[in-house]
Design a protein around this ligand. Structure first.
Ligand code: KIV
Ligand code: ZN
Length: 395
């Protein structure tokens, strides 16, 4: 098949900024101890993420300990910590990052009219002043400073461009444009990134970043659209954990980029074979299970039960799979034997269990299998062995 225009575009590196340990961890049911956070941070570095957001040191003493331990021990990724545009928060970040090889301070302030009026009680000019103060102070402690305009997608675009320009002039290198409440759509966020790249003074030297929440189930689609609009960094979390409905799921975004051989030429450094092990580690640590039908890392992501699909898979796996399970860290696809399965999958499983049956024997076992499957949701190998041996004894 000839590559599409998007697939033929030259490679464009996309930085993966993982915020599982900050935005993910601050969601209900996901809190972790300092040692659990450290363990996961090592695993994120092995996965190949470019930036690990380790926490929000001003929020708790547990976060102070966790972020400092991660900054001291974890190598191979930039370590970021979050701060409001307050001197105390920024200084707490600087202390936590003291031993990091590659530290980043991430400062944020809300920019939308709703947040300006009801949360901050600040005018537009005061928001710009605080943003500039925050970035400038952060730059006294770190060369690498990221600025986020919280609730950017509900901010007046001309004002957003003004704030971003002021943050760049004050020394920010990365401009993060969060869809804090998961409100945007793919067309809208793509257009906003194009607009900002054209309008923000100094935009050529900056990395624009997408940070999408999943309130409408659009976080991954919106992040891909932001890449189309020129984003060079995407913020995401393992298993998509995060505030309310969560953040952009790292594994889904990365595999969308891989399977489509680079969305607009986009490439990441992620070792995709570590996606499932990292997802499982997070589930074990938090006790929060991934839904079975979750893309890429859910138990059903490579499981086939219906007869038609199993038959197709046995002839050519490409009939019903668009990625290889091994490429994301599963051992293999699974043929689940149940009420919807057909003779082809049954015969294949019996053969793999070492049974060679003639046509009549297979018909008999298939009838027994169908009867059993009416009573049981899944038929296991032990059930099949009992069926075959029972049929033998009756013959
Ligand atoms: O969703 C959001 O706006 C955030 C910022 C603090 C980056 O998490
Ligand atoms: Zn967020």
């Amino acid at each position: 098949m000839a590559p599409t225009a998007a697939e033929a575009t030259p490679a464009r590196p996309i930085r993966i900024f993982d915020t599982t340990l900050r935005d993910g961890e601050q969601s209900p049911g996901c809190s972790m101890t300092a040692s659990q956070k450290l363990r996961l941070a090592h695993s994120l570095a092995d996965l190949g993420v470019d930036i690990i957001e380790a926490g929000f040191p001003a929020s708790s003493t547990a976060d102070v300990q966790a972020t400092a331990a991660i900054a001291r021990d974890v190598r191979g990724a930039t370590i970021a910590t979050l701060a409001r545009c307050h001197a105390g928060d920024i200084e707490a970040c600087a202390r936590a990052l003291e031993h990091a090889h590659s530290p980043r301070i991430h400062v944020f302030i809300s920019t939308s009219p709703l947040h300006r009026e009801h949360k901050l009680g600040l005018s537009r000019d005061e928001v710009i002043e605080r943003a500039v103060m925050g970035v400038a102070l952060a730059r006294q402690h770190a060369d690498d400073v990221e600025f986020s305009a919280e609730d950017a997608l509900r901010t007046e675009p001309d004002f957003l461009a003004q704030v971003c320009g002021a943050a760049l002039a004050a020394g920010a290198r990365t401009l993060n444009i969060p869809d804090t409440v998961g409100y945007t759509t793919p067309a809208e966020i793509r257009a906003l990134f194009e607009y900002l790249r054209a309008q923000v003074p100094g935009a050529e030297g900056a990395v624009f970043s997408a940070h999408c929440h999943d309130d409408l189930g659009l976080a991954v689609a919106n992040s891909l659209a932001a890449i189309e609009g020129g984003a060079g960094q995407v913020e995401c979390t393992i298993n998509g954990i995060g505030e309310r409905a969560g953040n952009c799921a790292l594994e889904e975004l990365v595999m969308a980029l891989n399977v489509r051989r680079g969305w607009f030429g986009a490439r990441t450094r992620i070792d995709t074979r570590r996606l499932v092990p990292t997802s499982r580690l997070l589930s074990r640590i938090t006790g929060m299970q991934v839904q079975r039908n979750k893309a890429v890392v859910g138990l059903n992501a490579f499981a086939h039960e219906s007869g038609i699909h199993q038959h197709g898979m046995l002839r050519h796996r490409g009939t019903y799979e668009i990625m290889r399970p091994q490429d994301v860290g599963w051992q293999q696809s699974q043929m689940v034997l149940g009420r919807h399965s057909g003779r082809a999958a049954l015969a294949d499983r019996l053969q793999s269990l070492g049974f060679t049956l003639d046509e009549a024997q297979l018909n008999g076992v298939f009838a027994g299998f169908k009867a059993l499957a009416e009573k049981k949701r899944e038929i296991f190998d032990a059930d099949l062995e009992a069926l075959v041996l029972g049929a033998d004894a009756a013959a």
